[in-house]
Design a protein around this ligand. Structure first.
Ligand code: GLC
Length: 566
């Protein structure tokens, strides 16, 4: 599956057809999928924001890394109030990122390299600049235009109180009151996120039909699937009852049951419908759910045989660097997902969470989405974080199923903690008046070349978020071919994982390495992770990969090793 040299267009077409129709039946069961956050990946235009031509120009680097697929966070037309998760036209590319032709070129170039492409789909809400929402604002209360969104009359004598007590994931109320055509305050609309992101009403058939059209638009262009944003949120509980927030609940619903806007049963019919659409298409297209649910067992409801193909395993991402907890979440995941016929997925980082090279060394609680800044409690020690991140990834990539990587983690990038307040852009920062830092720290443009402007992110040196001075040593060119670098560790792990078909393998637990160890066998590979600080005596065999130095038959703390056993 590795790309070897440039091909002529005739060869390309032949190879691409063969790749899409015959290679890798149900590729998503074992794929390593690399998340590209387009605005921070590579910037060909030089305006400080990454773009599609930037992605195309670096596909060889991704082929060299050894991934199977890429997932692109939104690049569709958007006022960028939430970095593209506020879409104003679902069937066009935002000029910041290029054009539809740039998208087609990128897709073809990825397929040439046998890299599949899945794109983000944001169905819970649109931008307030979407033409439907603009029509809704101009129309009267209770009109068909308003019925595409969640408009409601307010409570109180003059409708001056919001329809219920729901709060936005980004902080503050989840309702905003509009001014009607007569200049008077009028109805309220629901936005589970920013006020610029009004929620659609998924009980409305017109909304459902519009999304069928959008799916087909991208499937016709040749995408291999979709990552579905907020896939647990589309349907709200009948009557929109008040919710008494559960102190255990993450804002996306991670820990809490019975939140009236997360995980409602009726949402599953939407995905059954979409699955049928994907199956109309040739090839092997996949749907992946971003659904923050309390357990892997609940998450597995999104991937029953007639629904989505994959769901992000957020219970795994949220697990601390602790052997007992890791063993449990792996065990539960490997029952829950295969139990409904789906692969388990594994993920440690994405554009919404503190990068795992920092998160795994935090010593204070840090709820998802809050981020870290200079005065946050429990600051991570960088060396500890990096060692744990490398060990955690070495553990993850040995697990059967499909794994997600987030751009920059292969360079060992930490969370950027000291972004100045006036440079921050996450709506969370604004909606909480700086009380929560938000997610900018994991979104800083990634370094390619140690000595170039903006570390090779572009040629001009512009960058939409400032890049830290220490990143020169983490740049891709500073790590390429360097033994022991995080990049070379990722490359080695991905190559071995592929050569030994670990994604399609199975897990057999091994006892006897103590309470700090996560130890198992997958095929002929024995994997041992030491989450503690006391060295663990290793069994005999050839060390084929190791997240850190291993000497004298001992596995140091915060280190994971792969050993070939007979
Ligand atoms: C998802 C996205 C996040 C976005 C939110 C609203 O959680 O991953 O980045 O802010 O949805 O669309």
């Amino acid at each position: 599956m590795q790309y070897a040299g440039r091909m002529t267009s005739a060869e390309t077409i032949e190879r691409t057809d063969a790749f899409l129709t015959t290679v890798g039946g149900e590729w998503w069961r074992t794929a390593v999928i690399y998340q590209i956050y387009p605005r921070s990946f590579a910037d060909a235009s030089g305006d400080g924001i990454g773009d599609l031509p930037g992605i195309t120009s670096h596909l060889d680097d991704l082929a060299h890394l050894g991934i199977d697929a890429i997932w692109l966070s939104p690049f569709q037309r958007s006022p960028q109030k939430d970095a593209g998760y506020d879409v104003s036209d679902y069937c066009d590319v935002d000029p910041l990122f290029g054009t539809l032709a740039d998208f087609d070129d990128m897709l073809a170039a990825a397929h040439e390299r046998s890299i599949r492409v899945i794109v983000d789909l944001v169905p819970n809400h649109s931008s307030d600049q979407h033409e439907w929402f603009q029509q809704a604002l101009a129309a009267a209360p209770h009109s068909t235009e308003r019925a595409r969104y969640m408009f409601r009359d307010g409570k109180g004598e003059n409708g001056e109180l919001p329809p219920n007590n729901w709060e936005s994931v980004f902080g503050g109320p989840a309702w905003t009151r509009v001014v009607e055509a007569d200049g008077e305050p009028g109805q309220w609309y629901l936005h589970l996120f920013d006020s610029s992101q009004p929620d659609f009403d998924w009980s409305n058939e017109e909304v459902r039909e519009e999304f069928r059209r959008i799916l087909r638009f991208w499937l016709d262009r040749g995408v291999d699937g979709f990552r579905v944003d907020v896939a647990h949120g589309l349907v709200k509980a009948e009557g929109l009852p008040d919710y008494i927030p559960n102190p255990e609940a993450g804002s996306m619903g991670g820990e809490a049951e019975n939140v009236p806007y997360w995980g409602q049963d009726a949402v599953h019919e939407v995905y059954r419908d979409w699955r049928r659409i994907l199956e109309e298409y040739q090839g092997d297209r996949a749907l992946a759910a971003e659904a923050w649910l309390p357990t892997a067992a609940r998450t597995a409801e999104w991937v029953r045989h007639d629904e989505m193909h994959q769901a992000f395993n957020f219970p795994y991402l949220e697990t601390k660097w602790n052997a007992a907890d890791l063993r449990e979440v792996i065990e539960v995941s490997l029952h829950a997902f295969p139990g409904v016929g789906a692969p388990s997925t594994w993920v440690l980082s994405n554009h919404d969470v503190v990068r795992h090279a920092s998160r795994l060394a935090l010593t204070a609680e840090n709820p998802q989405g809050h981020g870290i800044g200079p005065d946050s409690p429990g600051q991570p020690i960088p060396e500890v974080g990096l060692a744990r991140a490398r060990a955690a990834t070495t553990l993850m990539l040995a697990l059967p199923g499909s794994a997600y990587l987030y751009q920059g983690e292969e360079l060992g990038l930490p969370e950027v903690i000291d972004i100045p307040g006036d440079a921050r852009q996450d709506p969370t920062w604004f909606r909480t008046n700086g009380e929560r830092y938000g997610r900018d720290g994991c979104r800083v443009p990634i370094p390619w070349n140690a000595d170039a402007p903006a570390y090779g992110f572009n040629a001009t040196g512009a960058s939409w978020l400032p890049q830290p001075a220490e990143w020169a040593t983490l740049a891709r060119d500073a790590q390429t071919g360097v033994e022991g670098s995080t990049l070379e560790l990722y490359r080695a792990l991905l190559a071995e994982r592929r050569a030994r078909s670990l994604g399609a393998g199975s897990l057999e637990w091994i006892d006897g390495y103590g309470t700090d160890a996560v130890a198992f066998r997958n095929g002929n590979v024995t994997v041992i992770a030491n989450t503690g600080s006391t060295p663990i005596a290793l069994p005999g065999g050839i060390v084929i990969a190791s997240s850190g130095p291993v000497a004298d038959g001992e596995l140091p703390g915060d280190t994971t090793v792969w050993i070939e056993t007979a």
